[in-house]
Design a protein around this ligand. Structure first.
Ligand code: SF4
Length: 479
């Protein structure tokens, strides 16, 4: 996500992440041609100019010599060990599917978790406030959902909301407890969400050899164990589409492996399955969504996990990100006909939208990048990060940007988040909108897809700035 100016130089500008590159693998845009014809800036060059202008306008704080820099920490982790998936969905933000080969080597996966532990917000609390315990009491709503004995018959709106709130940790009460004081925290338990493609498919191939299901499950079990051991204060969410549950026995086997290390006493026991029941996902062959849920529910109870959490389309609307990044042809939520691929009445959706999410109309892109707080010695900047299947650290919405090699250089990745001018501007409310609008001001040929008072403030503008890739056509070179 580096934008060509600042400490790390322009080289990173060329590096859209592999996720960004995946999105970029769509029909070619003619940025380079337009640039060579003198009709437009390269986006990367434009970004450097925007940074310069923002600095001149006093919108980019600079760190004077001797400034105590914020201490970076890792809060939540979206952990993407693979893009392999046993389904293929149009809306998939990572474009995962049966043809994807990307997979994080198990050793690198374990090292990544170790690195998260080293820089975790809990480890930082210990350093700042002394030896103590991180305690977090879940909300009543969350406890009740975890105790459900059977899957609900339908995923209605109140239930979707309750599950979403629990996933976000809403209503949890957290404290840092030392021998002499209790410090009330205004953030909940951090988490690792194993996501990306389908965890059940990881690691699909190692050293050129395709792994059997048993081999994969052993690796999956070990990785969950590693997370529980290294990050006992973290919640672990295994996000799955549930398609492994082709029968009760199969569900029992897979969940049994995942649960084996999830609930060991010394490793803590805060692992939950989170089943995505969007209508776009097909149920296991020959089965139904309802049967799938029944099997996974039963297996979860049998192996000592709490009731699975369900994740569906909230409000029956979805920013259709995967396709939106390919097309970017409308500005504001455009309803689309959708096909109920799951053939289920469990989570029917009535409408959806194709849109580069409008940051203003939607009340922000809702990709919370983290938080910071001041302490006696300075400021702690706790970041929500994404770890990609190649071990790169990614940041911000839509999994764009590239902060470096998280397996081998985690400290450097986090330092970049602190110092990168674009990171600084995008994580501050007062600068995020001016940053995006300045891009359009400096280069009116940037295709703007939003509407209303701040048309530039859409994920489409973010996307162009982050990937360095121009979308759509341009007219006339900026002066
Ligand atoms: S099941 Fe999930 S990870 Fe797989 S293709 Fe669909 S949206 Fe992507």
């Amino acid at each position: 996500m580096q934008r060509g100016e600042g400490r790390y130089g322009p080289s990173r500008m060329e590096n859209a992440t592999e996720i960004g590159s995946t999105l970029a693998a769509r029909p070619a845009h003619d940025n380079e041609r337009l640039w060579s014809e003198g009709k437009a800036w390269r986006m990367t060059e434009l970004t450097a100019r925007v940074v310069k202008v923002m600095r001149e306008r006093g919108m980019l704080p600079s760190f004077a010599a001797g400034t105590v820099l914020p201490l970076p920490a890792v809060n939540k982790v979206e952990f993407y060990p693979t893009f392999r998936c046993n389904d293929s969905c149009d809306h998939c933000i990572t474009r995962s599917g049966p043809d994807r080969e990307e997979t994080l080597d198990p050793e690198d996966a374990a090292t990544s978790i170790e690195n998260v532990a080293t820089f975790s917000v809990v480890a930082r609390m210990r350093r700042l406030y002394g030896e103590g315990d991180f305690r977090c009491k879940p909300s009543v709503q969350c406890i009740e959902l975890g105790r459900r004995q059977r899957p609900p018959a339908k995923l209605d709106d109140p239930l979707k909301k309750a599950y979403a709130e629990c996933l976000q940790g809403k209503g949890n009460v957290a404290e840092w407890v030392t021998h002499s004081e209790r410090i009330r925290l205004n953030y909940g338990r951090p988490s690792v969400r194993i996501s990306g493609g389908e965890f059940y498919m990881w690691p699909f191939r190692l050293a050129g050899r395709k792994l059997s299901e048993d081999e994969r499950l052993r690796h999956q079990s070990q990785l969950v164990g590693e997370i529980r051991f290294r990050l006992p204060d973290y919640d672990t969410w295994i996000l799955t589409n549930g398609r492994f549950a082709t029968s009760r026995d199969r569900a029992d086997k897979v969940v049994g492996h995942w649960a084996r290390n999830a609930n060991s006493l010394e490793a803590g026991g805060r692992t939950r399955l989170c089943i995505s029941v969007d209508i776009f996902h097909r149920p296991p062959a020959g089965g139904t969504v309802e049967e799938m849920l029944e099997s996974i529910w039963r297996a979860s109870h049998r192996h000592g996990l709490g009731a699975p959490f369900l994740y569906g389309i909230s409000n029956n609307r979805i920013g259709y990100l995967g396709r939106a990044f390919e097309q970017f042809r409308v500005g504001v939520l455009e309803p689309h006909e959708i096909k109920n691929a799951s053939c289920s009445t469990f989570n029917p959706a009535s409408c959806m939208s194709v849109d580069p999410i409008d940051l203003v109309c939607q009340g922000g892109c809702r990709e919370v990048k983290g938080f910071y707080f001041e302490h006696a010695g300075g400021c702690l900047l706790a970041n929500n990060i994404v770890i990609s299947p190649s071990g790169r650290m990614v940041y911000c919405c839509a999994c764009l940007g590239d902060y470096g090699d998280f397996v081998n250089e985690p400290a450097r990745c986090l330092e970049r988040v602190v110092l990168d001018p674009v990171s600084i501007m995008l994580r501050r409310t007062e600068t995020a909108i001016p940053f995006l609008e300045t891009a359009v001001e400096l280069d009116p040929t940037v295709q703007v897809f939003g509407a209303g008072p701040h048309p530039a403030v859409t994920a489409s503008t973010c996307y162009q700035m982050m990937t360095g890739e121009r979308i759509g056509s341009a007219v006339g070179r900026p002066t």
